[in-house]
Design a protein around this ligand. Structure first.
Ligand SMILES: Nc1nc2c(ncn2[C@@H]2O[C@H](COP(=O)(O)OP(=O)(O)O)[C@@H](O)[C@H]2O)c(=O)[nH]1
Ligand SMILES: [Mg+2]
Length: 475
């Protein structure tokens, strides 16, 4: 549990906002009513009444000992005109952990409090500079590992998702107001015209909620990356394919079956999207191995394949498809699947090749619903095949970020919108069933609470904890 809020909120906090280590500069942030007064005491040339958005150059020193610490630039933001909404100063000093520590120690000796993780953003939220969705997007933006995830986070920071949720909130508030008026004034329930209008309005809201919900999978994938598991029998070339797809040698490749036992994970950025590959232990039929380590490896493979967004089911074209493949495919029954027939180089050159694409496909179609899955014939030894597989991965999960589409990408938002949807459905049903405006009102109020909690218009310690526990100190 983080200890934000309460009497802390009136105190002045400070923290190093740049990552630890050596660099050109480091930034120390101060926020709260004593920021300027403290800077005035510790900084030559920092006036008692500074101008907002102005930089002041001077020596930072310890006022108790008089010892000089560093030459710094202090940027001043007046109360109401800063990120946190409070009087804020950003001190840029030389990028050294020793200097940062000494400046921080001096500030604390002068009465400032060391900031908690996320406390600057928390204050920004409490001072209405950001709503909760935007506060979360600050963290997402900092943590984004690909161009697309940064794009989504920036859009959310700029308020596109908040705007949509606010719009829904005001539509539903309008509905609630009309229903409550009905409760107050009518003795015989709502007028029929009002009722129709309410059903229409709420159905529109429901549609908007459903559209938002349908974007979550994509939003999450773009934010966190696409999990892709390479599975298949031993020696079909999974590790070689991983290395091909990564563009460097990450996994050990040998002619000996059962080399990969633990899971190997590595990521690449492809066309702005992060793709996390998992190379797994080869899947044998359980009667083939008694090695407990290998069996554990196979269990991990199974779990990875079941959790992945996409499974690359690899098989050896020279050897063909067999009952072990069949068994594992049935067992895993992945939702999203690409068949990779590997070692096409060998299969093509081999005389009396067992490769018969038609026959392979036919076999595959024995499993229901997978006939639609793409089948690629590749060679892990051919670098040109990387692009084909990567494009096909991206296509299989259709994760392109289109135009102005608003995406849900946080589990918390998804859960709340899902709740809002359920209550809206129930409100509409209650209207249809004519059970009385009181019941419609109850459902609508719940839907509204879910929307308000998403934006942080309503919050409790649990919500605050969930949102801000992920933050680092200084953010
Ligand atoms: N000719 C040929 N050999 C391959 C190809 N892919 C993998 N191999 C070889 O097959 C063997 C097993 O490969 P490996 O990647 O370790 O398979 P894994 O057990 O599925 O991870 C190694 O000797 C690889 O060099 C391929 O496309 N063509
Ligand atoms: Mg391997």
């Amino acid at each position: 549990m983080i200890s934000l809020g309460g009497s802390r909120d009136s105190q002045t906090i400070c923290a190093v906002s740049t990552p630890p280590g050596y660099g050109g500069i480091s930034v120390i942030r101060l926020s709260g009513p004593l920021a300027a007064a403290t800077a005035h005491r510790c900084l030559h040339h920092f006036p008692i009444k500074p101008e907002s958005h102005r930089a002041y150059y001077g020596l930072f020193f310890d006022p108790t000992s008089g010892q000089e610490i560093d030459q710094v630039v202090a940027l001043y933001f007046a109360n109401g005109r800063s990120y946190t909404g409070e009087e804020t100063i950003e001190i840029s000093c030389h990028g050294s952990p020793i200097i940062c520590e000494r400046i921080l120690k001096t500030l604390i000796e002068q009465g400032l409090k060391p900031a908690q993780p996320g406390e600057f953003t928390y204050r920004a939220f409490m001072n209405n500079r950001l709503d909760l969705v935007q506060a979360e997007s600050v963290l997402s933006l900092i943590e984004s590992r690909s161009q697309k995830s940064a794009e989504i986070a920036l859009r959310q920071l700029e308020g596109d998702l908040s705007f949509e949720i606010n719009k829904l909130e005001s539509e539903m508030t309008w509905c609630l107001a009309h229903i409550e008026a009905g409760i107050d004034f009518a003795t015989e329930g709502l007028e029929i015209t009002t009722q129709n209008e309410l059903v229409m309005k709420l159905s529109e809201c429901l549609m908007a909620l459903n559209i938002l919900l349908s974007t979550y999978q994509k939003g999450k994938t773009l934010k966190d990356g696409l999990q892709v598991a390479l599975v298949g029998r031993p020696n079909v070339g999974k590790s070689s394919l991983l290395n091909l797809l990564l563009g460097y040698d990450r996994s050990i490749v040998t002619a000996q079956p059962g080399t990969t036992r633990d899971m190997v994970e590595a990521d690449v950025i492809f066309e702005g999207i992060r793709i996390v590959f998992q190379d797994t232990a080869g899947l044998r039929s359980t009667s083939e191995t008694e090695d407990p380590i290998e069996v554990m490896g196979m269990k991990k493979s199974e779990a990875a394949a079941k959790k992945a967004d996409l499974v690359l089911f690899c098989f050896d074209l020279a050897e063909g498809w067999n009952s072990t493949d069949e068994q594992w495919l049935k067992n895993l029954s992945p939702q999203n699947l690409i068949f990779l027939g590997n070692k096409s180089d060998q299969a093509e050159s081999a005389k009396n090749s067992s490769l018969d694409a038609e026959a392979v496909m036919k076999k595959l179609q024995i499993i229901p619903d997978i006939s639609k899955s793409p089948v690629l014939f590749v060679s892990a030894l051919d670098k040109n095949h990387r692009q084909v597989v990567m494009k096909s991965i991206k296509k299989a999960v259709s994760v392109d970020l289109q135009g102005e589409q608003i995406l849900l990408s946080h589990a918390r938002h998804f859960e709340n919108i899902l709740k809002a949807k359920t209550f809206t459905e129930q409100a509409i049903q209650a209207l249809y069933d004519n059970v009385g405006p009181e019941f419609v009102s109850i459902e609508l109020k719940e839907a509204l609470i879910s929307l308000q909690e998403t934006l942080g218009k309503r919050f409790d310690d649990q919500i605050m904890d969930r949102v801000f526990k992920e933050f680092c100190i200084g953010k």
